[in-house]
Design a protein around this ligand. Sequence first.
Ligand code: GRF
Length: 202
Amino acid sequence: MEKMNIAFLASHGGSNMQAIIDAVKQRRLKANLVAVISNNSGSMALQRAEAENIPNYHISSLTHEDSNKADAAIVEILNKSETDLVVLAGYMKKIGDQTLKAYQGRILNIHPALLPKFGGRGMFGKRVHEAVLKSGDSVTGVTIHLIDEKYDNGPILAQEEVAVLENDTADSLAERVLVKEHTLYAETIAKIISKEIRLPII
Ligand code: GRF
């Protein structure tokens, strides 16, 4: 089986990215980690990439005033890194049209709820878990999906449930969901590599 080249886009902590890096190091995933791109020069995600010797890049409105040029720069990095699969790991910017067009069907995202519930514009971080608690739902979870031009909208590849407990706060719920995120992301990518999950392009 060929190794797949994976590139990440991440804005903050990058704990999901780290879980995937660890899966590669432990040979649970057959992949080359070819690039980490962040819009946040001070992000932990870039520090993690540096520590793991993964080529890393800061692309934002600070490096490219024109958002179309930033988008083009991202495509250029992905292309030159011979990227097969783009993994969004807490990337807070909308993916640009050029990146989407060049990598459509090969860009994965993780969302900390059971889409299509609790997704869409503005639904990120703590807000997702607050909305779940407010809804009274007894179950939430994790979704891995392909992205399209709308927020949290593309085809769902994998989901896993997490029970909402009586005394949960947004923080306690986020913490338990994040633990599941870490395992489900690597497992889903492993299934893509083994072709148990077939993407439209790969
Ligand atoms: C995760 O909860 C993920 O579902 C969401 O952003 C968060 C990223 O966390 N898209 P981290 O940067 O991977 O630690």
